[in-house]
Ligand binder design. Structure first.
Ligand SMILES: *[C@@H]1O[C@H](CO)[C@@H](O)[C@H](O)[C@H]1NC(C)=O
Ligand SMILES: [Ca+2]
Ligand SMILES: [Ca+2]
Length: 232
């Protein structure tokens, strides 16, 4: 609520000036008080916007426990030292190391780009990292899911993950292909079957690109439905 202070100060100031004006009836003060009025409106608008944003965030956070839990569960997969802060070194650095040691160099380079892209262009997380339990994680979720451009980036990223996982270029992911990608993303072996089933919407035993995109976008942006895509 500290953000209210400048507004209150200005309100007090303008109230004093306006009533003094009215008492003394000094017409030449009309112009400055008009500017003050504009300034006052401007500050009011911004203060109000801040408060509304804060309230909306709280509301969304409390109404969407499922969503917050999903986002935090995803972030925790990569918090390898378990200190509750997901740093770029953990999310990007370690994954890149694993990828580079497990795959041929061309595939590894492609995947490395996709991982770096996710951190800085899709989710846009500061290099210093993010406090997983803070509201910041919901702010990131809202920034991605409530904005068409950002959501498009999420889809483009998900398509890249799909293509890189589809190693036999069949345009479908088998259990083995799915397992390699999600295993590298720290989903445990015992959770891989449920993760596969979460994406294989029609239960055909293969994940199509449409199913994959639906599952990925749903994981990050569906605020009411939980998903085992990144483990239980
Ligand atoms: C979330 O997922 C459920 C189940 O798939 C679906 O019924 C619902 O429409 C989805 N909500 C949004 C906002 O996409
Ligand atoms: Ca950490
Ligand atoms: Ca399928």
């Amino acid at each position: 609520m500290t953000s209210f202070k400048p507004f209150l100060l200005l309100l007090a100031l303008s109230t004093c000036l306006l009533s003094a004006d009215a008492l003394r009836k000094v017409p030449k003060l009309a112009k400055p008080s008009r500017e003050l009025e504009n300034l006052y409106e401007d500050v009011l608008r911004r203060e109000l916007q801040d408060v509304l944003n804060e309230k909306l965030l709280e509301l969304r956070g409390s109404q969407s426990g499922v969503w917050a839990t999903k986002l935090r569960r995803f972030a925790r997969l990569f918090d390898s030292d378990g200190d509750g802060i997901l740093t770029k070194a953990e999310a990007v650095g370690q994954l890149v190391q694993e990828v580079q040691s497990a795959l041929d160099s061309e595939t590894a380079d492609e995947i490395t780009d996709t991982i770096a892209e996710a951190w800085s262009s899709v989710f846009v997380i500061p290099d210093s990292g993010i406090d997983i339990d803070s509201a910041a994680i919901l702010a990131i979720g809202n920034a991605v899911c409530n904005n068409d451009d950002r959501k498009r980036k999420l889809r483009i990223w998900a398509r890249s993950v799909f293509s890189e996982s589809d190693s036999d270029l069949s345009c479908k992911l088998s259990r083995a292909e799915h397992g390699l990608t999600f295993g590298m993303n720290h989903v445990t072996q015992s959770a891989l079957a449920a993760s596969f089933d979460a994406a294989d919407a029609d239960g055909s035993g293969e994940i199509t690109k449409a199913e994959f995109l639906g599952a990925m976008i749903g994981y990050f942006c569906n605020k009411s439905e939980d998903s085992a895509l990144f483990g239980p």
